[in-house]
Design a protein around this ligand. Structure first.
Ligand code: NDP
Length: 283
């Protein structure tokens, strides 16, 4: 029987635990989310993050800058937040307007406040097999979900479709660090379905309906990261859920799979950074 990987349930469990932990804190951690422009999807994402944070007792502030803010000005704002001792975690909501170089902005964030784990120091630590201050939220959420369901990673062939800096690449490294054999596929990959069929664990992070049942072997663990709206405005993932579910051993739904785990990881990361900074100031 196919098991549905319930990201909402695990998110709720993790956030309940976090809420309990935070109720013993004297000071609340503070997460600052930077939003540039008025992209409607980004607004929804940042508001959801703020709502979740506040339910837990995390102080969350959204700084919304106009879309014509200069790169230099944005770097200046980030530097102020880096210096501000009351701020524990900084998140820059992507995408940014075209005139702003995403890497310049990410690189400006202090690694100890980098709640997404995207700065060169954190991604370098990850690549070197060291422990970063925090792990990127979506890959971290996927591993928490697999671990919760007792799904073995070591020695497994993990196929990741998508090589972005926020999902595919860090996830590949985290899987390698857990002793998986990893194949990363992308838009230039040839014979994609031959590769996906050889997966023990198949993770798709593309953003369109790409994984059909004939691309999946029986018993595969299938993780769907993709989120997009179809022509009827319905939220969809990369995987043909109904048909793939008849073959998979475990499968994550969209919505209700990886999305909630990403938010849970963001909250866990905020508290981890807060704890680290407090410990460091006491040492
Ligand atoms: P990107 O657009 O940055 O990356 C998409 C990846 O898919 C690229 O590596 C691209 O290849 C690859 N790709 C595109 N077409 C094909 C194809 N035909 N065959 C194989 N690979 C292909 O996206 P993100 O990583 O940022 O996000 C991916 C999806 O995951 C989106 O739907 C996004 O909304 C969702 N997402 C969901 C999250 C969650 O919490 N659930 C969090 C983050 C993202 P190439 O590099 O060659 O262009």
């Amino acid at each position: 029987m196919t098991v549905i990987l319930d990201g909402k349930k695990l998110r709720d469990e993790l956030l309940d635990g976090l809420k309990g932990k935070l109720s013993n804190y004297v000071n609340a951690p503070k997460l600052v989310v930077i939003l540039v422009g008025d992209n409607p999807a980004s607004k929804i994402y940042v508001n959801n993050k703020k709502k979740t944070a506040e339910k837990l007792g995390i102080n969350s502030v959204i700084l919304n800058y106009p879309s014509d803010i200069s790169e230099e000005e944005l770097v200046r704002k980030i530097n102020e937040l880096n210096q501000d001792m009351s701020v524990n975690a900084i998140l820059v909501q992507l995408p940014l307007p075209q005139h702003i170089n995403k890497n310049t902005i990410i690189n400006a964030i202090s690694p100890i406040k980098d709640v997404d784990g995207f700065t060169p120091e954190n991604s370098g630590k990850l690549l070197a097999g060291e422990t970063p201050y925090v792990y990127p939220c979506t890959p971290k959420g996927i591993l928490l979900l697999l671990d919760k369901y007792g799904i073995e990673i070591e020695g497994k062939h993990v196929v990741i479709v998508g090589r972005s800096n926020i999902v595919g690449k860090p996830l590949a490294v985290m899987m390698l660090n857990r002793n998986a054999t990893v194949t990363v596929c992308h838009s230039r990959t040839k014979k994609l379905s031959e590769i996906t069929k050889s997966a023990d664990i198949l993770i798709s992070a593309v953003g369109r309906n790409i994984i059909s049942a004939d691309m999946v072997s029986g018993g595969t663990v299938v993780i769907d990261v993709g989120i997009y709206k179809d022509e009827n405005g319905k939220t969809r993932g990369d995987v043909d859920f109904e048909n793939v579910a008849t073959k998979a051993s475990y499968i994550s739904p969209v919505p209700g799979g990886v999305g909630p785990m990403t938010i849970a990881s963001l909250m866990l990361n905020t508290v981890e950074l807060f704890d680290f900074q407090n410990k460091r100031s006491c040492d």
